[in-house]
Ligand binder design. Structure first.
Ligand code: SF4
Length: 424
């Protein structure tokens, strides 16, 4: 038995509540277990306990053994002198307050089902990534969904912090902050850092001045990414080079080191030059993108905003100097969904929060619900143990559940854990 588990069992009333008696033989009825206090002082505030037909209201302290009271030096602490009940797993010592009166004590050892403790210990010592992997497949989907609904909001709240930092850095300029985050997302993990560096070195204001000229936008982005600092062969690429030389001097720009880009294990359609050309096309096609996003009413409209393709030069190229077979380099559906999940939804959520617009926060959740689940190793792992996600809201929640609950063994804070402890 650990303190965490003992407090949990009390909080969730996971013990036999019939025939409770104090160590002095007085009858006890627990009306309210109280509110758990995670700061200093007694463990539960404002409990209501009926002892021998007298209703007591006040604080409750929990310990594994009664003698822990002395071990924790509560006899010298005024905040423990008005405890209405000392709840212990095992009563091994009589405890008195500083007026010399014995503190009413309830020993719970014989009221707790040992299977609960065994189930908890099994979860604790299990080294699997998902410690409840063997049982979770038997849990009703409605119970799993309750946990996922709470967890998805936490995931969005966590993402909120980095967006708020970005906003603070950019004087609450939503368009510029969104542009930086979007650029990072366009790097799709492998190249998110250099992509963001390019965006940070090339302000949205400069791009906006050239938004009607796709060649200049490509020149600015490919140039700032360092891809125009090489011998180029096609006339289109040479044009880009000349444009960039002019714009670089005009705006006193500096490009990033080309070696920062990673190509290994990337499919050619995901090569950074193609992505930068698509990013240029997105800026060319939409001004004030974030303003458009917050006016969007449906997931279909949202998808349309990102349905773009790189300029026709890229139909035959994967890089500035290498040819490809003819395919239009559109931003694919799974890439658009990735951008909506990782950039659009968190921004909408933060916007809704900052402007107290619940419709926006709800739109963020609705969007996730309409998008298919992501395909990655975490989602595959959940699927293998019987938890299948139906949409991106569930897949995102499962990622959060694994990272912030299962890996940290926070099963007592998880509603799935409650059912596993109670029902196994
Ligand atoms: S945190 Fe929840 S889902 Fe994860 S292992 Fe524990 S009980 Fe299972």
């Amino acid at each position: 038995m650990t303190e965490d588990l003992f407090q949990y069992l009390w909080k969730m009333r996971l013990f036999n509540q019939q025939g409770l008696i104090t160590t002095d033989g007085e009858e006890i009825e627990i009306k309210k277990v109280g509110l758990q206090n995670i700061n200093g002082g007694p463990d539960f505030f404002d409990a209501r306990i009926n002892i021998n037909n007298t209703l007591w209201a006040g604080n409750v302290e929990l310990h594994i053994k009664s003698s822990d009271w002395l071990l924790h030096q509560h006899q010298h602490d005024a905040s423990y002198q008005n405890i209405i009940l000392h709840v212990v797993y095992q009563h091994d010592k009589e405890i008195f307050n500083n007026q010399g009166q014995s503190i009413k004590t309830l020993e719970l050892k014989n009221y707790i089902d040992n299977t609960l403790i065994e189930n908890y210990e099994e979860l604790k010592k299990n080294e699997d990534v998902i410690p409840c992997a063997k049982s979770i497949g038997t849990i009703a989907k409605s119970i799993i969904n309750t946990q996922l609904q709470g967890v998805i909001v936490q995931r969005l709240e966590n993402k909120t912090k980095s967006i708020e930092r970005l906003l603070a850095e950019n004087n609450n300029n939503w368009e510029q902050s969104f542009y930086l985050q979007l650029a990072s997302n366009f790097g799709f993990k492998v190249n998110s850092i250099p992509f963001e560096m390019v965006a940070r070195n090339t302000s949205l204001n400069i791009l906006a001045k050239h938004k009607n000229n796709l060649l200049q936008l490509e020149a600015l982005l490919l140039g700032q990414a360092g891809f125009l600092d090489q011998t180029l062969f096609s006339s289109y690429a040479k044009n880009l080079q000349n444009e960039y030389e002019y714009l670089k001097r005009k705006y006193q720009l500096n490009f990033i080191a080309p070696h920062l880009w990673k190509l290994s294990r990337l499919r050619p359609v995901n090569f950074p030059e193609v992505r930068l050309a698509q990013f240029a096309a997105l800026i060319h096609n939409s001004s004030h993108l974030f303003s458009k996003i917050i006016q969007t009413q449906s997931p279909q409209e949202m998808l349309k905003l990102f349905q773009i393709s790189a300029s026709s030069f890229w139909d035959n190229h994967y890089t500035l100097n290498s040819q490809s077979k003819k395919t239009e380099k559109v931003l694919g559906l799974s890439s658009i969904q990735n951008i909506i999940i990782n950039t659009v939804v968190p921004f909408i959520f933060v916007y809704g929060k900052q402007y107290k617009n619940e419709d926006m926060s709800q739109l963020a959740l609705d969007l996730l619900e309409k998008i298919p689940p992501e395909k990655n190793s975490i989602i595959e792992m959940w699927k293998a143990i019987g938890v299948k996600s139906e949409n991106a809201l569930e897949s995102q929640a499962l990622i959060e559940l694994k990272n912030n609950y299962c890996l940290k063994k926070k099963c007592l804070a998880c509603s799935i854990g409650y059912y596993i402890l109670k029902n196994q």
